[in-house]
Design a protein. Structure first.
Length: 458
């Protein structure tokens, strides 16, 4: 257990909840309408971000406490940065899929695990209870798992297909990859970016025992995408899969020379019932020199401008980030603390987070209206998430070797949101000494409009 308190204040959301985490909002309409009372649905959305420092995870790593499985969400949005070292070979070459596949397997294993034996003290605070039933999905790391694909959720058996990539990302200045999905009572039909229907066979997934029998999953992987070191995946409760449509992916590179993928973003767009979501995972420009925060502001503006979701379908599907109903942005935003080292050390020793946050570059830039105008961030009640000595709870403040860069502790890892109908319940730092960053997560209530209600309102 870290000596720091890493949990933020939580909103009381206990009333009206079912075991699945779904709440219904009732509101009155004018007399004579088709219904006296209409209902909007609310879903729990988990968002998590972690810079893992280019390290390859071991199969025994436990992600359950970071994923807050004691109170399961309906949707999980999980983003990583630096899943591979950001060296020239990885930045200029073909993406190394090994690390991405390992992280996806670990997530799948955690989300779909019936029993929770803690194999390692990766996350010291034990939040997850131990369940008695046997695990249905161990997620073997040697099984094939395509890291860059749209994953089809079968409507009849609520299983997930791991048959491989349906649509690869397109090359071009906007680095767009997209897919629009439709459901059918007869079979699953997915329409790719080129507009050609792809008829998918019934999915078959290897069981954890090596057989070919289908298995029912608790959570299904809707979409995942890797760009160099950035990995973003979206998972939904298996019974929600039939209501997820129009999955679309767009990636933006704004690294070296403004076009390499060592820095940039991945965005996933989808529609749940009649409400559109956009999830962004980014890794912005690093650096502590004066003016580096302006480069990060520029990255944000480039991502907002160049992210584009193509569609050949008629209707009002969003094409840009801000056209969505709900937008959640996670990642290593790399904003630092603008204060001298001596002052920073004193405030750290006193654990005066409020005073430190006054000098947080993201806070300063947002207050001045230079970045993320109109966006929201919850109150931060946890220590800076960067930079730690790997394998310890000690900040790497002092230079250990001649010529080594000094890194000031900072809240690099952030979660923001945009749009109405989102309510943040938690904003939390988890504890793991796996990398020099601490993972962060936030839990939201997202208001979703069912189809019948949408038709009536229109």
């Amino acid at each position: 257990m870290s000596r720091y308190s890493s949990r933020s204040k939580q909103v009381d959301d206990s009333s009206g909840w079912s075991s699945a985490g779904l709440q219904q909002t009732h509101f009155s309409v004018t007399p004579g309408s088709p219904q006296d009372v209409l209902r909007k649905e609310q879903f729990r959305v988990f968002t998590g971000t972690w810079n893992v420092g280019g390290k390859l995870p071991q199969e025994k790593m436990n992600l359950e406490d970071w994923l807050r499985l004691t109170t399961p969400a309906d949707i999980y949005v999980i983003g990583f940065q630096e899943i591979v070292p950001l060296n020239a070979g990885n930045v200029l070459g073909v993406d190394d899929k090994c690390s991405a596949m390992r992280w996806l397997h670990l997530i799948q294993k955690a989300l779909n695990k019936k029993s929770s034996p803690v194999k390692t003290a990766t996350f010291p605070h034990k939040l997850s209870p131990k369940r008695k039933s046997h695990s249905l999905c161990s997620g073997r790391m040697d099984e094939p798992f395509t890291a860059e694909e749209y994953h089809n959720v079968d409507l009849r058996s609520s299983t997930i297909s791991e048959r491989g990539s349906l649509h690869k990302s397109l090359c071009g200045p906007q680095h767009i990859s997209s897919l629009q999905s439709h459901s059918s009572n007869e079979a699953n039909i997915s329409t790719g970016a080129i507009g050609v229907p792809i008829h998918l066979p019934p999915p078959a997934v290897k069981s954890c025992c090596g057989g070919d029998a289908e298995r029912t999953l608790q959570y299904a992987l809707v979409a995942s995408k890797q760009m160099v070191g950035i990995l973003l995946s979206v998972w939904v409760r298996d019974d929600l899969g039939r209501y997820v449509q129009h999955v679309n992916i767009s990636s933006v590179r704004c690294g070296v020379m403004g076009y390499l993928g060592n820095k940039g973003s991945i965005s996933i767009s989808l529609r749940l019932h009649q409400t559109t979501f956009c999830f962004i995972c980014s890794h912005l420009t690093s650096g502590e020199k004066e003016g580096d925060e302006l480069r990060r502001n520029c990255d944000v503006n480039v991502i907002l401008k160049r992210t584009y979701f193509s569609t050949r379908l008629k209707g009002s599907l969003p094409h840009t980030i801000l056209e969505h109903d709900h937008v959640l942005w996670i990642g290593d935003l790399n904003y630092r603390l603008a204060l001298p080292s001596t002052s920073m050390k004193s405030l750290l020793a006193r654990r005066d987070w409020d005073a430190l946050l006054e000098r947080d570059q993201l806070h300063i830039e947002r207050t001045a209206g230079r970045v993320f105008k109109g966006w929201h961030e919850g109150k931060i009640c946890f220590p800076p998430t960067y930079k730690y000595r790997t394998g310890s709870d000690t900040y790497a403040v002092e230079r250990r070797k001649f010529g080594q860069k000094r890194r000031t502790p900072a809240w690099c890892d952030r979660i923001l949101w945009y749009g109405n109908g989102l309510k943040q319940l938690e904003y939390v730092r988890a504890e793991s000494s796996f990398s020099d960053h601490r993972p962060v997560y936030a839990v939201f209530l997202a208001e979703v409009v069912p189809k019948k209600l949408k038709d009536f309102l229109v």
